[in-house]
Ligand binder design. Structure first.
Ligand SMILES: Nc1nc2c(ncn2[C@@H]2O[C@H](COP(=O)(O)OP(=O)(O)OP(=O)(O)O)[C@@H](O)[C@H]2O)c(=O)[nH]1
Ligand SMILES: [Mg+2]
Length: 378
C-alpha cells in the first residue's frame, strides 16, 4: 500500500541547515554578521532552512576537525537536538577535514552532510545549470575542489543536478581513484574546450563584422541581468537570489536615435572566498567578458558591504587577467539609497569614471549609454 503522507513528505521536506565557520579572532561583529547573512542567503537560494548557527573564533583551522574538537562536539549536539540535515562551513575546507567531521556527526545523524562554502555554491550552480556547458564546468569545479578523494570518500558526481551526495562507499584503491579522477578531468576538459572553440568562433565573427562589445560583470545579485535587459530589451530571468544567472548571454544594445553596433553580454556573478580553480573552471562562460572591449562593473550601491564586494570583483578580474581592460563602475540600485551623494565618492574608484543608475526605474540610463559609446570609441 502506498502511504501518500510519506510520499508527500519526501517531496515537501526542506533540508534543515546549520551554519558554522571560522573567523579570525579580531573580526568585528558587523563583518561577522554580514558573512553569516550572505551564507544564509546562499542557503535560501538553495532552498534550505537555516535552523542553527555557531561561529568559531580562531586564527588557524584545526588540522583534523577544522573548527576544533570542542566546537565539533557542540555542533554534533545541535545536529541531534535540531534534526539538522546539512552543516555548512563558511570557509574553504579540505576534503579530509569534511570527512572527519562527517564521522564525528554520524552518531547524531547517520545521513548528515558536511559541506564547505564551495560545496554549497556548487550545489546552487547545479540547481541553476541549464546548458551543457554550465553542467560540465560545475563537474570540473567539483573535481578540482574535492580532488581524487571525491571518489574514495563516497562522494559522487551527478550531472543531473544532484551534485554531491554521500553514499558511504568507503575507501577504495588510491591509485585507481587518482587515475579515475585524472581521466574524468581530461574528458570534461576536452568537451569544454570544444564548446569554448565554438564560442570563440562566434566572438571572432562578431569582431570581424565590426561589432564592439561591452561585458557586464560584478558581484552576484548586483542587478547585472536587470541592466542587461534594459540595455538590450531582452527579458532574461531577474531574481532576488544569488547566482540566478549561470550562463552568459549576449544581445544588441538598443540606443534610441543611434545606429551603432554594440553587443552587451551578461554572465555569472562573482562571490568572495572562492578558490582560483573554480573561477578557472568557469572560463568558458566568462569568455565573453574576457574578449570584451569594455567592462561595465555593476555595484549594488544599496549594499552596506559594497566596498568589499568591489574589491572581490577587482580580484577576480585580476585572476582572469582583465585588470588592464577598459572599464568603469556602474553604481546600480541608486533608487534604494538614502544618501546617494556618499556612494562611490571614495577615491578608490578614481580615476575611472562612475555612473549612478537604477536598472529598475531607468534613472541614469541615458548617461550610461553615452559613457558606453564614448569609452568604446574613445
Ligand atoms: N531597487 C532596485 N532593485 C534592483 C535594481 N536592479 C536590480 N534589482 C533587484 O536586484 C535583484 C537581483 O537582480 P538581478 O538582475 O537578477 O541581479 P544579477 O546581478 O544578475 O544576479 P545573479 O545573476 O544572481 O548574479 C532582483 O531582485 C532585482 O529586482 C535597481 O536598480 N533597484
Ligand atoms: Mg543575473
Amino acid at each position: 500500500m502506498i502511504h501518500l503522507g510519506d510520499y508527500m513528505r519526501e517531496f515537501t521536506h526542506q533540508s534543515r541547515f546549520m551554519l558554522t565557520g571560522l573567523v579570525p579572532k579580531g573580526t568585528d561583529d558587523e563583518s561577522l554578521i554580514a558573512g553569516m547573512e550572505e551564507l544564509e542567503s546562499l542557503i535560501k537560494t538553495y532552498g534550505g532552512l537555516v535552523c542553527a548557527a555557531t561561529v568559531q573564533k580562531a586564527d588557524y583551522p584545526h588540522r583534523e576537525t577544522f573548527v576544533g574538537a570542542g566546537k565539533a562536539q557542540e555542533i554534533a549536539d545541535t545536529i541531534a537536538a535540531e534534526r539538522i540535515d546539512v552543516v555548512v562551513i563558511n570557509n574553504i575546507v579540505k576534503p579530509g577535514q569534511l570527512y572527519t567531521l562527517e564521522k564525528i556527526f554520524y552518531r547524531s545523524n547517520p545521513n548528515i552532510k558536511v559541506w564547505d562554502r564551495v560545496n554549497l555554491i556548487l550545489q546552487i550552480f547545479s540547481l541553476h545549470a541549464r546548458t551543457k556547458e554550465a553542467k560540465l564546468q560545475i563537474d570540473l569545479a567539483n573535481l578540482r575542489h574535492m580532488g581524487s578523494r571525491l571518489f574514495g570518500m563516497g562522494y559522487i558526481l551527478s550531472r543531473q543536478g544532484g551534485g554531491i551526495g554521500t553514499v558511504g562507499v568507503g575507501e577504495t584503491n588510491t591509485e585507481l581513484m587518482k587515475r579515475h579522477w585524472r581521466n574524468e578531468m581530461r574528458n570534461i576538459g576536452k568537451e569544454l574546450s570544444k564548446l569554448s572553440k565554438g564560442r570563440e568562433n562566434q566572438i571572432e565573427k562578431r569582431k570581424r563584422a565590426g561589432y564592439l562589445t561591452a561585458a557586464i560583470v560584478g558581484y552576484t545579485n548586483a542587478g547585472k541581468t536587470m541592466l542587461f535587459n534594459r540595455l538590450t530589451g531582452k527579458v532574461n530571468l531577474v531574481a532576488d537570489a544569488l547566482f540566478a544567472t549561470l550562463d552568459s548571454s549576449v544581445g544588441k544594445m538598443v540606443i534610441p536615435g543611434i545606429r551603432d553596433d554594440v553587443i552587451v553580454s551578461d554572465t555569472i556573478g562573482f562571490i568572495r572566498n572562492l578558490p582560483t580553480g573554480l573561477v578557472d573552471a568557469f572560463k568558458s562562460t566568462l569568455l565573453e567578458s574576457i574578449h570584451a572591449d569594455l567592462l561595465l562593473i555593476v555595484v549594488d550601491s544599496s549594499d552596506p558591504e559594497y566596498g568589499d564586494k568591489v574589491r572581490t570583483v577587482d580580484n577576480v578580474l585580476l585572476e582572469l587577467g582583465l585588470d588592464e581592460k577598459k572599464r568603469f563602475y556602474v553604481f546600480n540600485k541608486i533608487d534604494k539609497v538614502v544618501a546617494p551623494e556618499k556612494v562611490g565618492s571614495a577615491k578608490q574608484y578614481a580615476p575611472m569614471p562612475a555612473v549612478f543608475i537604477s536598472a529598475k526605474t531607468g534613472q541614469g540610463m541615458e548617461g550610461l549609454t553615452k559613457l558606453i559609446l564614448q569609452s568604446l570609441h574613445g
